[in-house]
Design a protein around this ligand. Sequence first.
Ligand code: FES
Length: 323
Amino acid sequence: MNNNMGMFKVRVAEVLEETSNIKSFRLKRVDGALFDPYPAGAHIDVVGPTAVVRQYSLCSPPHDLDEYVVAVKLEPGSRGGSQALHDHVEVGHELEISAPRNLLSVAEDADRHILVGAGIGVTPMISIAYHLHRAGEEFELHYFARSAKEAAFRDLLGERSGFGERVHFHFGLQREDQPDVLDGAFADLSSASHVYTCGPQGFMDGVLERASSVIPKDNVHIEHFQAGEPVDTDSDAPFEIELDDEVYEVPVGRSIVQVLGDNGIEVDTTCREGICGTCIMGVLRGEPDHRDQCMSSSEKSANDQIAACVSRSKSPRLVLELF
Ligand code: FES
């Protein structure tokens, strides 16, 4: 297997139109060998035909190491990511992918697991469901989508998966009806139950709010990685950061984490993509330009924390503290 800086070559074995704007891609190793084992809920980086890198959940059974399946939603305004994968990738083409990474680990000591996916956010829930089903764990999967037509993997989850009545479809629900449905899903949970969710930020905020009224907040696992297209960086400008009375300039094209690293101050990081929250620092003064996927809207508007691997500043200087 080719391995270039942690990237691997795979061949596209099948492309399926799951909905009018979602395609699934079945990927196999070019050398015909098995993939390494990976945890349920993991995702991979995929380098598309235009060299743009995007993250996609693995939605195949984690015990099936013969192939990976990812689902790609065509994002509006996509210039090189999802659009290129939809338009130019066919069976037989080779792609480069990373090894799986996981930011959404399954709590192995839970008494019950409730998986809540909205739209394309159902994908990490599928691999977790496969894992839990195989392990004989108690789980339910709640799948929210605008309509049955827009719900990828509906047939798979309806019959072929074998999950049976553990799958609950919620299609075409009005936003104001979602809290009642979530309350119903969470009604019988105990303090040892865990909830996992992936979908649009507002949806996940709602799941967190309803679930944490029943179970400890720490038992709610949120998958943020389904990032959209990258932010426009054309108008980026340098800014200053102050930490422990020292001032450093963050130039265009460098992150706060990198600048601090250049100056011997190591900030812990995991994803370096604004997804995991490992690098979050406190903001004592100044207004961050939030570009992460890991903080909620209310955390962002408080402006007292920053994901230092991706976010920048709207003010000339940010005064920061390390947590
Ligand atoms: S390292 Fe993951 S959000 Fe910054």
